[in-house]
Design a protein around this ligand. Structure first.
Ligand code: FES
Ligand code: FES
Length: 158
């Protein structure tokens, strides 16, 4: 059995140690906000936090996360930071098909927690691990900029 914390709850799984964390959280815990895009660590659609660090869950074998704290997009949805990101993405038109958005929101939250007042270049760098095939990125950059302004004081360093 592998025991870990998932969105604040202690869980255990008997999935084989080589099973991908992405598959376990989607198939066993039905947390389907985390998406599979490339399956190779290139697109960021599967982004989650492992011990507060942004990671690609498609690259993580479940056997390596014993005792870790895992947070998925569902785990941040009640936060004030999420509400600001949600509003900002809507206002800036940053959501088109939506497939990349959970991963983008996780990357946005990670960026703003580290750097509450990012420059445009820093925003682009912060989401450089996340691919979007629809928006051309400009509206996503606008959304993060807007979230930084709206959430001034909320984006604390961890
Ligand atoms: S599905 Fe994990 S990085 Fe693309
Ligand atoms: S909104 Fe469609 S992939 Fe980003």
């Amino acid at each position: 059995m592998i025991t870990f914390t998932l969105n604040g709850r202690k869980v255990e799984t008997d999935a084989p140690p080589s099973a991908r964390l992405l598959d376990v959280i989607r198939d066993e815990y039905l947390l389907i906000g985390t998406k599979e895009g490339c399956g190779e660590g290139e697109c960021g659609a599967c982004s989650i936090f492992v011990n507060n660090l942004l990671q690609n869950s498609c690259l993580i074998p479940i056997g390596s996360i014993e005792g870790a704290e895992i947070v998925t997009i569902e785990g941040i949805m009640e936060s004030d930071q999420f509400k600001i990101l949600d509003e900002s993405y809507s206002e800036a038109g940053g959501v088109q098909c939506g497939y990349c958005i959970p991963g983008m929101v996780m990357a946005s939250a990670a960026l703003l927690a580290q750097n509450p007042h990012p420059s445009e270049a820093e925003i682009r760098e912060g989401i450089s691990g996340n691919l979007c095939r629809c928006t051309g990125y400009n509206m996503i950059v606008d959304a993060i900029n807007l979230a930084a302004k709206k959430g001034d004081g909320l984006w604390q360093k961890k």
